[in-house]
Design a protein around this ligand. Structure first.
Ligand code: FE
Ligand code: FE
Ligand code: FE
Length: 167
């Protein structure tokens, strides 16, 4: 349990709790993505991780805008799921592996993280719609679209990298 326990009585409270969760998830990814970029052998994959690091920074800014409009400070919660997903990605950077195999493993880990984010932003966007927070909907949709595009890009990169990893 987090020390700052939020009492939840309605969807607005749950919305805030879920915003804190994804804020934590994005912060963790902001630290993890440069390490994954460094571990990648494929230049395209490395550049992909680097670009998504920048996008993650922007996504954090969008969330901060939402918190500001809500009059709530960001932070105070740790996303345990992202903690696990990041740990799995980290394992892949530390294993002794052939370059293409490691790259394939990095993609596998990254896509798990992207899918988690897609689910989080989809839920948050739906709540924002129900709560009539039009500005939030735009911001959350923008981040959701970036996560989906990243996932698709990783699928594309996996096509050639998986073949290489086949040996
Ligand atoms: Fe993100
Ligand atoms: Fe979470
Ligand atoms: Fe992402």
């Amino acid at each position: 349990m987090t020390p700052m326990s939020i009492q939840m009585t309605d969807l607005q409270d749950l919305y805030l709790e879920q915003l804190q969760d994804v804020y934590s998830a994005e912060q963790q990814l902001l630290e993890a993505l440069p390490r994954m970029a460094q571990a990648a052998s494929s230049a395209e994959l490395r550049q992909g991780f680097e670009l998504h690091t920048q996008q993650t920074q922007e996504q954090l800014r969008r969330l901060e805008q939402i918190f500001e409009a809500l009059g709530q400070p960001p932070g105070g919660k740790t996303c345990q799921a992202m903690r696990g997903l990041v740990a799995e990605g980290q394992e892949m950077t530390e294993k002794k592996a052939n370059p293409a195999v490691r790259d394939a493993g990095l993609i596998a880990a990254a896509q798990r993280a992207e899918h988690y984010e897609i689910a989080a932003y989809g839920t948050l966007r739906t709540y924002a719609e129900l709560l009539g927070r039009t500005q939030d909907v735009q911001l959350l949709q923008a981040s959701e679209d970036e996560e989906k595009a990243t996932d698709q890009k990783l699928t594309g990169l996996a096509r050639s990298i998986n073949m290489e990893a086949l040996g």
